[in-house]
Design a binder for this molecule. Structure first.
Ligand SMILES: Cc1cc2nc3c(=O)[nH]c(=O)nc-3n(C[C@H](O)[C@H](O)[C@H](O)COP(=O)(O)O)c2cc1C
Length: 319
């Protein structure tokens, strides 16, 4: 049941991708995901440039000989140097997120990597396919981090994108267990991507307070910041976030808002645990997170849950 167009294309055992995670998607986490049968990703754009990415790739290769992806979020810094480095290192997969991939497609393809593009709507999906993407990751508004502007949920977005293109589609946003994995496959996706769930694992470098907050939070707790800046993103609540939202409502000028949502504030909260004085990304899937397992335990559990769920549905025993 686990062979899909995605697993064949990426040469992985299970159709499970670890999402790009600012400051957190480092070699240890990525290698744990790949070694457990999924596809790990290293987020390049929050590292200190190409040399740091090179070191991160070397570290990954010490820990795993499986495939992995380098994730570049568009719009935070120039990414050409990171893509050049990825090509020179023979990175097998690259993902582009958060902006128009057009200027970078040729560079990725020249480097020989498979290209995954994150989309939040049908038009962007068709555009990315026409540009040459190999995989589309469709992210619903339940997700952690930056989401689409149209507030489309994963359950509608996934089959809409699947029906609109002819390349493998990965469902993302709100998935944290084997039921979500099975549902995504039932919606026509060839796999899933998870962000929030992987933050709350042993191998994630997130601060313990961040992981504990993910376990404690309920599905209705997350907030959306940066809507007034045209790039909504889902976070855990905090006093810092409350003030930010008030100021967004009161149309505080964009330059001052940009300053307060800069990466460093997120970094200090996520890695040093300054949760009250900053913001950390998290999706509605927090409601489904009750523990901090190792990545291997998590993936094995999800596979088992999905297999059991599949059997139950096929026997007509679902209640
Ligand atoms: C802590 C965190 C950081 C994220 N950082 C990035 C990032 O740097 N680049 C990116 O492409 N996506 C980023 N995302 C989005 C994820 O890759 C993924 O699309 C999203 O988490 C899926 O929804 P889920 O959280 O419900 O699993 C981030 C998500 C979270 C939770």
């Amino acid at each position: 049941m686990w062979a899909t167009p995605l697993t064949r294309l990426l040469n992985i055992r299970y159709p499970i991708i670890q999402g790009g995670l600012a400051y957190l998607a480092r070699a240890e986490l990525a290698a744990a995901v790949t070694n457990a049968g999924g596809l790990g990703q290293i987020t390049a754009t929050t590292l200190d440039g190409p040399d740091a990415l090179k070191a991160e790739i070397a570290r990954f290769r010490e820990l795993s000989d499986g495939p992995f992806s380098v994730n570049c979020a568009i719009g935070h810094r120039p990414i050409e140097d990171l893509l050049d480095l990825a090509a020179a290192e023979g990175v097998p997969v690259v993902s582009l997120t958060g902006g128009n991939p057009a200027p970078y497609v040729e560079q990725v393809k020249r480097g020989g990597a498979k290209l995954m593009v994150l989309v939040a709507g049908v038009r962007a999906a068709q555009k990315a396919q026409s540009l040459g993407a190999d995989v589309l990751i469709a992210v619903g508004q339940e997700g952690g981090g930056h989401i689409g502007k149209d507030d489309l949920g994963t359950f509608v977005l996934t089959p809409r994108v699947v029906d609109s293109v002819n390349i493998p589609v990965v469902a993302s946003g709100g998935i944290a267990d084997g039921r979500g994995l099975l549902a995504a496959l039932a919606l026509g996706a060839s796999g899933i991507e998870m962000g929030t769930r992987f933050v709350a694992t042993v191998e994630s470098p997130a601060h313990q307070d961040y992981k504990a907050a993910l376990v404690k939070a309920r599905e209705q707790d997350t907030k959306i910041i940066e809507r007034s800046l045209g790039r909504p993103g889902r976070v855990l609540p905090s006093p810092y976030v409350e003030q930010l939202l008030k100021d967004e409502e009161n149309s505080i000028d964009a330059a001052s808002l940009m300053q307060r949502v800069r990466g460093q504030v997120n970094r200090d909260a996520a890695l040093d645990g300054n949760l009250d004085h900053g913001f950390v990304w998290a999706g509605q899937a927090v409601g489904l997170i009750d523990d901090i397992p190792s990545v291997a335990e998590l993936i094995a559990r999800m596979v088992k849950e999905a297999e059991e769920g599949c059997y139950r549905v096929s026997q007509g025993l679902a209640d």
